[in-house]
Ligand binder design. Structure first.
Ligand SMILES: Nc1ncnc2c1ncn2[C@@H]1O[C@H](COP(=O)(O)OP(=O)(O)OP(=O)(O)O)[C@@H](O)[C@H]1O
Length: 263
């Protein structure tokens, strides 16, 4: 059992002995971990190791044949992805998934959508409440624009922005959901060095200033070793090592998984 699971503060997320196969091919096999409040937890491994499948199981996209997943103490296996999202699980994707013709502001406001307690009809009948919620949402989104330093692009359509800024908007939209857990799928994929350093700083700030736990998937060891509190290394769907970056990076099994047995 992980240390945090024994302590007074219960984990935000637990994944226990999960197994997932596609037509007999094991994508994940016996994967377990727990994420503590305000922890930055990374899942890494070579291409095809099962990292995205782990994300998809947690967020309800795939239903594993074996194991258990609890989020905030509740069993989430079998729940629809939008229900798990509404519990407070936000994620970003390997490719930018935004409304490209909408502005930065509108994309972030859409991230607030599930917080609104009114539909179109009640918006007409009950303007007071709808207006208050809209103003509160706008204030929250302006905080995120400041936090991610997006003010200069506020009114720009997303499609006109540099790639690194688009990824930042995607991060902002996930934050607009006021998540209890943030899952980032390869957040620096395709970025240049400067964009990567910026994104790394924002991810650390999310943990340190906002106190939001983060699960991050990447195949790049370098980034993860600098950022993560703990790391789970997967290879061919199986757990190879779990520990602090310092503990796992010299583990011979990890070196073997990454270098394919080269000296
Ligand atoms: N929907 C699916 N149908 C069939 N096989 C799948 C499906 N999703 C994943 N797999 C298989 O499961 C294994 C793990 O894939 P997964 O995408 O989770 O790995 P990954 O570590 O995220 O890889 P990458 O770094 O390339 O994104 C692979 O062998 C993949 O082909």
């Amino acid at each position: 059992m992980a240390a945090e699971a024994r302590g007074a503060v219960p984990p935000v997320l637990t994944v226990e002995d999960v197994g997932l196969s596609f037509a007999g091919v094991k994508a994940i096999d016996g994967v377990s971990f727990a994420v503590a409040p305000a922890e930055l937890f990374a899942v890494i491994g070579p291409n095809g190791a099962g990292k995205t499948s782990v994300f998809n199981v947690i967020s309800g996209v795939y239903r594993p044949q074996r194991g258990a997943v609890t989020f905030l103490g509740e069993d989430v296996l079998g729940r629809a992805p939008h229900r798990i999202a509404a519990m407070g699980l936000a994620r970003t994707f390997q490719n930018v998934e935004l409304f490209h013709n909408l502005t930065v502001l509108d994309n972030l406001m859409l991230g607030r959508h599930h917080h609104f307690g009114y539909g179109p009809l009640s918006a007409l009948l009950w303007l007071g409440r709808a207006r208050r919620e809209e103003l509160a949402a706008r204030a929250r989104v302006e905080d995120i624009i400041d936090f991610l330093e997006l003010a200069a692009w506020r009114r720009h359509p997303v499609r006109l922005l540099p790639y690194g800024v688009q990824k930042r908007v995607e991060l902002g939209r996930a934050l607009a959901m006021e998540p209890r857990l943030l899952m980032l799928d390869e957040p620096v994929a395709g970025m240049n060095l400067e964009e990567t350093e910026d994104m790394a700083r924002y991810i650390l700030d999310i943990r340190d200033e906002l106190g939001i736990p983060v699960v991050l998937v990447d195949h790049d060891m370098g980034l993860v070793m600098d950022l993560a509190d703990r790391v789970l290394v997967l290879d061919f769907g199986r757990p190879v090592a779990l520990g602090t970056p310092a503990e796992v990076q010299h583990d011979p099994k990890v070196v073997e998984a990454y270098l394919g047995g080269a000296p």
